[in-house]
Design a protein around this ligand. Structure first.
Ligand SMILES: *Cc1c(COP(=O)(O)O)cnc(C)c1O
Length: 377
C-alpha cells in the first residue's frame, strides 16, 4: 500500500530513523488499525458512543477514571487548559479565548517550555491563558513552583514528560502535590509517553495528555486521560474553541483498534525484540570504518534504546552533519536525529523499521563513509 502511494503520486520514499517525527508522518499503523479506519470512513456513528468506548478501553488498561479524544495532543493541551479555566460553565465556554474574569495563569517549570515543532506556550495561549514560568530553564525547585502557583488567578499547573525537557529534573509527583495544596489541577503533557501512561497517572496528575499517533501507532489523535469531571469539561469545549480541535470518526475508531492491540501486546517480548534489533544494528554499524556505535537508553525510561553513531574525524571524510545531509539527499531519503551533529553524534530510532530498511541504512553509511565528500554516491 505504501509503495503504491509513493509511485502513484511521485512521493519521495523515506526511511524514518528519526523517531515519532511529525513532518515524516510520525508512525506506522498496523493492518488491523488501517482496516478499522477504512471501515469507519464509510459509516455513520453516534460519535458519543465511539468516545465512550475509547474512555472505557483506556480506563480498563490504565485504571484512569475517564478519557476522551481530540484532534492531537497539542489540541489536548489547549483543551485541558480551557477545562481548568472554564469547567463546564456554558457561558465561560462560549467566551473563551476571552478569559476575562476567569483564572488564566498557567504555571509551568521554565525547563518544561519545550518546542516540539512549535512552542508549547502557544497551546496555552490558544485557550486564552497566559503562561507563567516557574524557576529557571536549568533548574526549578518545588518552592519555585509553589510561589508561581500562589496567585488567585492561577488556573492550573502544566508539566511535561519528554526527552525534550531541559534542565535539572523536576519530581512530577511532588509538583502535582504542590498544585493539589493550591487547589488547582495538574496536567501532564506526556505526548510521546503512552507506554508510560500508568507511571504518569501514578503521579496523581488530574489529566495526562497523549498523542495517539506516536508509539500507540493510531491515526493522528490526542488522548486526554484522568479525572472524570475534567474530562467532561474538556468535552464540553466542543461548543467553544474545541470545535476546531475535534477528532474525526476514523481517528477515534483507529484509536480504539490500536488500544485493543496494545492491551494484547506482550510488552516484555516487544522490548526484547527492540533490543535485539538495536544490538544487531550497533554491531554492524560499529564495523563501518569511521563509525563508533553504541546504545543510548531513552532518558525518560521508555522501554527501548536508540543507536548513537559517533563519526570519527578523518582526512577527507564527511563529518556528522554532512553525513546526515547526504543520507537525507539519497534515495530512499534516510532521516535520523541530528541535534547532536555539532558534537559528532547522530542518533537513530529503529522502533518502526524492518530488517530490510536497516540494511539499506547500513549500506548507505558504508558507501558514504568510504567515498570522499565531493563524490556523488
Ligand atoms: C509530539 C508532542 C506534542 C504534540 O503532539 P501532537 O499530537 O502532534 O499534537 C506535544 N508535546 C510533546 C512533548 C510532544 O512530543
Amino acid at each position: 500500500m505504501q509503495m503504491d502511494l509513493h509511485q502513484r503520486y511521485g512521493f519521495t520514499p523515506v526511511i524514518n530513523a528519526r523517531g515519532t517525527f511529525t513532518p515524516l508522518g510520525v508512525s506506522r499503523s498496523s493492518r488491523q488499525v488501517g482496516d478499522a479506519v477504512a471501515a469507519a470512513l464509510g459509516g455513520f456513528f453516534v460519535i458519543d458512543e465511539l468516545l465512550a468506548a475509547v474512555s472505557r478501553e483506556i480506563a480498563g488498561v490504565s485504571g484512569a477514571e475517564a478519557a476522551t479524544v481530540t484532534h492531537c495532543a497539542a489540541a489536548g493541551i489547549t483543551l485541558a487548559v480551557a477545562a481548568a479555566m472554564a469547567g463546564s460553565d456554558p457561558e465561560r465556554i462560549a467566551a473563551l479565548p476571552d478569559a476575562n474574569g476567569m483564572p488564566d495563569r498557567v504555571v509551568l517549570p521554565a525547563g518544561h517550555a519545550v518546542d516540539y515543532g512549535h512552542p508549547i506556550v502557544t497551546d496555552i495561549r490558544l485557550a486564552g491563558a497566559t503562561p507563567v514560568m516557574a524557576g529557571r530553564p536549568d533548574a526549578c525547585s518545588i518552592d519555585d513552583i509553589e510561589s508561581a502557583l500562589a496567585h488567585e488567578r492561577t488556573a492550573c499547573l502544566l508539566l511535561v514528560s519528554s526527552r525534550l525537557v531541559g534542565g535539572a529534573e523536576v519530581d512530577l509527583a511532588q509538583a502535582v502535590a504542590a498544585a493539589r495544596r493550591r487547589g488547582v489541577p495538574a496536567i501532564i503533557d506526556g505526548a510521546a509517553q503512552d507506554l508510560r501512561l500508568e507511571r504518569l497517572l501514578a503521579t496523581d496528575a488530574d489529566l495526562v495528555v497523549l498523542s495517539a499517533q506516536k508509539y500507540l501507532a493510531a491515526p493522528t489523535a490526542g488522548l486526554i486521560v484522568g479525572r472524570a469531571d475534567l474530562v467532561q469539561a474538556c468535552r464540553a469545549q466542543e461548543r467553544g474553541i474545541g470545535r476546531a480541535m475535534k477528532p474525526t470518526k476514523e481517528a477515534v475508531v483507529g484509536v480504539l483498534a490500536a488500544l485493543q492491540e496494545r492491551r494484547d501486546l506482550d510488552l516484555e517480548a516487544w522490548s526484547a525484540r527492540q533490543h535485539r534489533k538495536l544490538a544487531g544494528f550497533i554491531e554492524q554499524a560499529g564495523r563501518v570504518p569511521g563509525l563508533q556505535a553504541s546504545a543510548v537508553p531513552d532518558p525518560t525510561g521508555l522501554p527501548f534504546a536508540r543507536a548513537c553513531l559517533s563519526v570519527v574525524r578523518g582526512a577527507g571524510r564527511r563529518d556528522a552533519a554532512a553525513l546526515a545531509r547526504a543520507l537525507r539527499a539519497g534515495t530512499p531519503s534516510i532521516w535520523l536525529m541530528d541535534h547532536q551533529a555539532a558534537d559528532g553524534r547522530l542518533m537513530l530510532e529503529l522502533v518502526p523499521l524492518d530488517d530490510r530498511e536497516i540494511q539499506v541504512i547500513l549500506g548507505r553509511l558504508a558507501e558514504l563513509l568510504a567515498a570522499p565528500p565531493g563524490e556523488a554516491v
